[in-house]
Design a protein around this ligand. Structure first.
Ligand code: AMP
Ligand code: GLY
Length: 421
């Protein structure tokens, strides 16, 4: 099958790698891809979605997989489907579960799906009044997409009011902050869960934990994610069942009732409070770097799973997972997440060690190819992934691999998966 993957990060590389590893003769295309995806397939440069759909049509692309949220929120799925193409991802309308926090919170409330107590408003007085009724810390969220920066955990009511004021005046996030959510702070531990959905049915992948802060010990600024591991032993069968029954099932049923059946990856940000899963947020795509560790844990065909999900046929699939653990450590460039860094050549030592060769690999993200040399040109440059029969073994192997990667200014956390060790 010819498969097109949209996106340029480690997430898209890892989906491509998993499909390439099936050795089923699939031919891969990436739009736009990165400096390493051209080892897996062909990088395209077709930015316009209509032109891209025409390319897919003319070249008999049988499946398109969308990585990031932006094209989904922009309606790429609707454009492809209108041309009769098979594409895995939610429609523009369903993508509002991520694109608008107000849409998401109101949806959760309407269908009685557990979430933090909140108020949605564009009135500063109303927001202030509700804020006063909540204990501190208070959580303030901008409605629209803010590249992961639209959530403020305010330690005092004054700080919360300042955040509300800055958002509603358009000062902090422009139009994305014209409506705000003020909500109660939940104290517990956070999980990322991913359900592959076809509108009616779903497959829940193993629960993962992300590490959002830049530095060891969860210090420093928030990032897109500095590392992840799965499955997490913090989740037992009972918790998986609660997530399925109380969150995913009612979400799929509710979206159908809303006339926007959910197809694609439902990424549920969960806070577990007293053993109860509470929905923090939805995203409508894989997490990055969570995808990089979940793909290698799948022992059944990934391309088949995406194809069946995109053709409303998940009822007829048996998905299998490895019994191993995977840990992914993100290597970032010098100035991440504050700003861009000078491109630095990446040297990866040749692997002569059987353990490293067999149980580790690299998923490339912010890299460019120039004169046959690979350069670190993005914020998060690559992810070193280790697998093992214990989390510790997987973690140790991931760090062995990190030791073989060299570029000026590289930085990474040294404590990924600490919560499970
Ligand atoms: P979100 O973009 O909604 O996932 O928020 C980003 C991060 O803020 C989450 O991953 C949580 O760590 C934190 N967060 C969001 N909402 C809450 C809440 N109600 N209580 C505690 N932490 C929260
Ligand atoms: N790693 C979290 C995210 O992709 O949003």
């Amino acid at each position: 099958m010819k498969i097109l993957i949209l996106g340029s990060g480690g997430r898209e590389y890892s989906v491509g790698l998993a499909i390439a590893n099936e050795k089923a003769g699939h031919e891969l295309f990436f739009q736009p891809g990165n400096g390493a995806t051209n080892n897996l397939g062909t990088n395209l440069n077709i930015k316009d979605y209509n032109e891209l759909a025409d390319f897919a049509k003319e070249n008999n692309i049988e499946l398109t997989i969308v990585g990031p949220e932006a094209p989904l929120v922009d309606g790429v799925v609707d454009i492809f489907k209108a041309k009769g193409l098979t594409i895995f991802g939610p429609s523009k309308e369903a993508a509002q579960l991520e694109g608008s926090k107000v849409y998401m919170k109101n949806f959760l409330a309407k269908y009685n799906i557990p979430t933090a107590r909140y108020l949605e408003t564009s009135s500063i007085e109303e927001a202030f009044r509700f804020c006063e009724t909540l204990p501190t810390p208070v959580v303030v969220k901008a409605d629209g997409l803010c590249a992961g920066k639209g959530v403020i955990i305010a330690q005092t009511h004054d700080e919360a009011k300042k955040a509300i004021g800055d958002m509603l005046s358009g000062k902090s996030f422009g139009d994305a902050g014209k409506k705000v959510i003020v909500e109660e702070f939940l104290d517990g531990y956070e999980l990322s869960m991913f359900a592959i959905c076809d509108g009616d049915d779903f497959i829940l992948l193993q629960a993962a934990q992300d590490h959002k802060r830049l530095e060891d010990g969860d210090k420093g600024p928030n990032t897109g994610g500095m590392g992840a591991y799965a499955p997490t032993p913090l989740v037992d069968d009972e918790l998986y069942e609660k997530v399925k029954q109380r969150i995913i099932r009612p979400t799929l049923d509710g979206m159908k009732k809303e006339g926007a059946p959910f197809e694609g990856v439902l990424f549920i940000g969960i806070m577990v409070v007293n053993n109860e899963p509470i929905t923090l947020e939805f995203n409508v795509r894989f997490g990055d770097p969570e995808c990089e560790i979940l793909m290698p844990l799948m022992t059944s065909s990934v391309s088949d799973m995406f194809y069946k999900a995109a053709t409303n046929d998940l009822a007829n699939i048996n998905v299998e997972f490895s019994k191993e653990y995977a840990v992914g450590v993100v290597m970032a460039s010098e100035n991440y997440p504050y700003g861009s860094s000078t491109p630095a050549e990446i040297i990866v030592d040749e692997v002569h060690h059987e353990e490293i060769e067999k149980y580790t690999h690299i998923s490339y993200a912010g890299v460019s190819l120039e004169d046959d040399k690979l350069y670190a040109t993005g914020g998060r440059v690559l992810v070193c992934i280790g697998k093992g029969s214990t989390i510790k073994e997987a973690r140790d192997r991931a760090y062995l691999r990190c030791g073989q990667v060299h570029f000026a200014g590289k930085k990474f956390r040294t404590d990924i998966a600490y919560q499970a060790l």
